[in-house]
Write a protein that binds this ligand. Structure first.
Ligand code: ARG
Length: 459
């Protein structure tokens, strides 16, 4: 079969060589964007008097027919035509005859493929933004139920200080808020048109790049034609934003996996988001959380793959760049899928408030409170730390927690202690009193939830 670019060639490659070089196996995902870009391009060619009106009409009609076929899954792509761009052009020529060959006037596949990917990512990132928002909503909804639910707070995975469970969930809300803003900001650079940059140097035809950009809803055009066809920063930004987002999700996965273990029993996942074992009848595994944690790896992989592909490339287009697509597609699927599963998982999980609460009573995570108590009565904090440390050791030796240690023992440790320590040491009091801005005090958490809700309402 002859190639659309076959003029200069005296023989055709063997099929297996064609197969190696072809991208149609994966870039057919861009078919709608490719046609959308071509529709704008041909309209611009008409407006600038480069093609006659009837040519524009014919090409437009032909492209629209191909679009319908694409949507109905009726197109038969061929490896011989290498990629989505040449496949569509071939379909067009088959559909309307040689006039179809005029579509490629004043453009190259190099600006065309870049345009397609800008269009594709814009759409996908908008969907991802809305998926992030849904997950944020789910976190706020759970958070609202659990402002006064206590959970041990950890550092080094050792009990540190009790916190409100809502506060813990809301920490992830704010991570996602940054993720959201990263994607929203990245969209500014996605929404720029490379179309009309040509192969690398622009074109002799009197095209109007601003007009085709406007038709495609872009906010502007690349200033430099070499940069326009060589730039993949917008994909790198997407991949790094996705990597950070997945890292956040993966951390929460890890907590969900821990929390749903027998050892913690802080939460129970809904049956719809867990799986059983083929051999052990009692098992209920947090597979979805594990899988999202695992999938984080492939997203990092795609980021590293593209960074590596690009690092040694001279200007302008190089075929290496065809390798930019699969990682991007895979990341879109992974991120969208993970966010969707996560939202369902958070919305439906059962929180074992009693188990969490009980846990906050069976540790020394109220010890800081006691040191603060002495410090507020004038003892230097460093000394107070020492006194309380000794008290903790004393408790451990006598088999007590701070709340059930007899008052006489306190008095012996420091005359500054009064009976009101028992109220101060209650985990609820401990949490409620941490009312510094952004702290876990109930009033602060309530404020944070209100702030989060207003952010979500304005999105
Ligand atoms: N399939 C190619 C890609 O994905 C399209 C651009 C090809 N341009 C070229 N000059 N070979 O990168």
């Amino acid at each position: 079969m002859s190639k659309l670019w076959g003029g200069r060639f005296t023989k055709t490659a063997e099929e297996w060589v064609d197969e190696f070089g072809a991208s149609i196996g994966f870039d057919q995902l861009l078919v709608e964007e490719d046609i959308e870009g071509s529709l704008a391009h041909v309209k611009m060619l008409g407006k600038c008097g480069i093609l006659a009106e009837e040519e524009v009409e014919k090409i437009t009609e032909g492209l629209k027919k191909i679009l319908v076929k694409a949507q109905n899954g009726e197109l038969e792509y061929s490896v011989q035509n290498e990629d989505i761009h040449l496949n569509v052009e071939k379909f067009l020529i088959d559909e309307i005859g040689p006039v179809g060959g005029k579509l490629h006037t004043g453009r190259s596949r190099n600006d065309q493929v870049a345009t397609d990917m800008h269009l594709y990512l814009r759409k996908q990132m908008e969907e991802i933004l809305s998926e992030i928002k849904s997950l944020q909503n789910a976190l706020v909804k759970q958070g609202k139920q659990h402002v006064e639910t206590l959970i041990p707070g950890y550092t080094h995975l050792q009990r540190a200080q009790p916190v409100s469970f809502a506060h813990h969930l809301m920490a992830y809300f704010w991570m996602l808020e940054r993720d959201y803003n990263r994607f929203a900001d990245g969209l500014k650079r996605v929404n720029i048109s490379p179309l009309g940059a040509g192969a690398l140097a622009g074109t002799t035809f009197p095209i109007d790049r601003d007009y085709s950009a406007e038709l495609l809803g872009f906010d502007g055009i690349y200033e430099n034609s070499l940069d326009a066809v060589s730039d993949r920063d917008f994909i790198l930004e997407f991949l790094s934003g996705s990597s950070i987002l997945m890292m956040h999700l993966s951390r929460l996965c890890e907590e969900i996996i821990l929390w749903s273990s027998q050892e913690f029993r802080f939460i129970e996942l809904d049956d719809a988001f867990a799986t059983g074992s083929s051999i052990m009848p009692q098992k209920k595994n947090p597979d979805m959380a594990e899988l999202i944690r695992g999938k984080t790896g492939r997203v990092y992989g795609s980021l590293f793959s593209l960074l590596t592909i690009l690092k040694g490339l001279p200007l302008a287009y190089n075929k290496d760049m065809q390798e930019d697509k699969e990682g991007m597609f895979d990341t879109v699927t992974t991120v969208k899928g993970s966010l969707k599963i996560f939202t369902g998982m958070i919305e439906t999980m059962t929180v074992n408030t009693d188990v969490m609460e009980k846990a906050t009573h069976s540790d020394f995570s109220n010890a800081t409170e006691l040191a603060d108590y002495l410090a507020s009565k004038g003892m230097p904090f460093r000394e107070a730390h020492e006194v309380v440390g000794k008290l903790v050791l004393h408790c451990i030796q006598k088999g007590h927690f701070l709340l059930d240690l007899p008052f006489a023992d306190y008095k012996e440790a420091s005359s500054l202690f009064e009976e009101d320590i028992y109220e101060m040491l209650q985990p609820k009091t401990v949490v409620a009193r941490r009312n510094s801005a952004g702290g876990t005090g109930f009033a602060q958490v309530q404020l944070a939830i209100e702030k989060a809700e207003s952010l979500l309402n304005n999105k």
